[in-house]
Design a protein around this ligand. Structure first.
Ligand code: NDP
Ligand code: 8X3
Length: 248
């Protein structure tokens, strides 16, 4: 039976790479993000059936409207990848910007909840489903200047654990994947499009690629129905955790 995956943040990075892998594995795709042109370009490139939903995960009305607007044949969602997210700024808490904090908490925490709130009822009706939340090593440790980003990913860690408990009776799998450093547009966004600073984040070592992480996202969906990877931390070989990176 052909399965359907809904991926948030499919216009770039992990989400875009995951769209390609799920497509190669014959999934039908519901791809979301704010940048419509990128969604359309990706749709044109993929061979599987694709439905596009363009919305901002921070807007709860838009999220609900978008999911409700899916045609009936797209409302059976087997896998939800809660991937949309960002770091905005890298500053000590005493120097942090309120707009950056709002963006991170509203996107990484509330956005993930809004999308889940819209999709879980569909999975409950089916009596099956798999929610994959993209956390981070920043959800396991707190590093200097990481303050609010780390808090938002610690929240994803707690929400993933809570979802797993609450959804147990509905046989809905909940996996959290916590990547370390991967070179995507993440650092461009974190450093407010200062490309030199973004590039410097990966100086002296080989970080993961979007494709590496997308492969892991797909992998957790390939286990037998009775098994669930609950929590998975993945880094490149150069990285032990948020603090130790083997740079040359
Ligand atoms: P990218 O910046 O490449 O991609 C982020 C995606 O999130 C984009 O598709 C963007 O789409 C989407 N997004 C951001 N804000 C919103 C919003 N308000 N509404 C809808 N979509 C939004 O970064 P990554 O692929 O690296 O990041 C994906 C996830 O992985 C994030 O949750 C990030 O925190 C996490 N992560 C990243 C790591 C890394 O080192 N790269 C490591 C660990 C975790 P658009 O702008 O079109 O809306
Ligand atoms: C992104 C990885 O190390 O910048 O979540 O926090 S890190």
């Amino acid at each position: 039976m052909i399965k359907t995956v809904l991926i948030t943040g499919a216009t770039s990075g992990f989400g875009e790479a995951a769209a390609r892998i799920f497509s190669e594995n014959n999934y039908r795709l519901i791809l979301t993000g704010r940048r419509k042109e990128r969604l359309k370009a990706l749709q044109n490139e993929l061979s599987s059936e694709v439905f596009l939903l363009c919305f901002d995960v921070r807007n709860k009305e838009s999220v609900a409207e978008a999911i409700n607007s899916l045609p009936a044949e797209w409302k059976k969602i087997d896998v939800l990848v809660n991937n949309a997210g960002l770091a905005s700024g890298l500053d000590k808490v005493q120097d942090g910007g309120l707009d950056d904090w709002d963006k991170m908490i509203d996107t990484n925490v509330k956005g993930l909840l809004y999308v889940s709130n819209a999709v879980i009822p569909l999975m409950k009706v089916q009596g099956s489903g798999h929610i994959i939340n993209i956390g981070s090593t920043a959800g396991k440790e707190v590093y200097e200047k990481g303050n609010v980003y780390c808090a938002s990913k610690h929240a994803v860690d707690a929400i993933s654990k809570g979802m797993r408990i609450d959804l147990l009776e509905h046989r809905i799998k909940v996996s959290q994947i916590c990547p370390g450093a991967a070179e995507t547009e993440f650092s461009d966004v974190r450093f407010h499009q200062d490309k030199a600073k973004a590039k410097a984040a990966y100086d002296g070592y080989t970080p993961m690629t979007a494709e590496d992480v997308a492969g892991i996202i797909y992998y957790v969906t390939t286990l037998p129905p009775n098994l669930c990877i609950n929590d998975l931390v993945v880094t490149s070989l150069a990285q032990a955790n948020s603090f130790y990176i083997n740079k040359n």
